[in-house]
Design a protein. Structure first.
Length: 251
């Protein structure tokens, strides 16, 4: 029976049981139940497990070394779901203590399976939104990696921080303006659009784009900004026509 096949109270009871069992196993270093949760076919069971790790890490400082040790013990497991859940758990910890878990992301970026790699990107998003300074510093170190997929994933991963604070990620995006891979450039243009439609954001984005040298890419980004104001018209501060007019007035 899946997580959402249970009624609300049953789900609450299950989450409490998962928290209780993981807490007990962290204290004893016996990770039998924890491993089963991390490998569960139901994504919501796995999510409950990695959220439990994050909560315990925040609430119980003496257990923190044991938590890091447990994640390091589970990380080499052949089941990609376990590695994915380890990275997601590290992402919860990295919201407040990125230095303790960044080695999981260094390795996870190069995982042979796409699910752990996607977990890295998801974790960068959630950590970068809350704990941007160390996360963006780490991301910058991979901006010019020889693997184009790494560059693309990092570009995508820093997007969420930019939706509220585009000024934090625009200098990193600027470093990719001459990337030779179309897939990376397309992601760059996409991210510029995504960080342009909330209150005050188009002004910050346009002011920064004026400093960019690659006018062909800037033009593509401007078209994406106009387009995104239509695609996200229910959430955008400006209408598409207002966004188009703003660009005409300021560029």
């Amino acid at each position: 029976m899946g997580f959402y096949d249970l009624n609300k109270q049953e789900r609450l009871n299950l989450v409490a049981e998962i928290n209780k069992n993981i807490f007990a196993e962290l204290a004893s270093a016996d990770l039998k139940e924890t491993t089963l949760y991390f490998a569960d076919e139901d994504t919501y069971i796995r999510k409950s497990a990695y959220l439990a790790i994050g909560k315990i890490y925040i609430a119980d400082a003496p257990l923190r070394p044991a938590i890091i040790s447990a994640l390091e013990k589970l990380f080499p497991e052949p089941d990609f779901k376990i590695r994915q859940t380890v990275i997601n758990a590290a992402g919860e910890i990295g919201k407040t203590d990125f230095e303790r878990v960044k080695h999981f992301f260094d390795k996870g970026l190069f995982d042979e399976h796409h699910s752990p790699r996607n977990a890295v990107i998801g974790s960068i998003k959630k950590m970068g939104e809350i704990n941007p300074v160390p996360v963006l510093e780490w991301a910058r170190s991979y901006l010019h990696h020889q693997d184009k997929e790494i560059r693309r994933e990092i570009c995508h991963g820093i997007e969420l921080r930019g939706r509220k604070y585009p000024q934090d990620i625009l200098p990193l995006l600027q470093e990719l303006q001459y990337d030779k891979t179309a897939r990376v450039r397309n992601t760059l243009v996409h991210v510029i659009g995504q960080i342009s439609y909330k209150k005050g954001c188009i002004q910050t984005v346009v002011a920064h784009l004026k400093l960019w040298e690659n006018q062909q890419l800037v033009q593509a980004a401007l078209e994406e900004i106009i387009d995104v104001h239509d695609r996200y018209k229910d959430f955008a501060v400006l209408t598409q026509d207002q966004a188009r007019q703003y660009l005409e007035d300021h560029l």
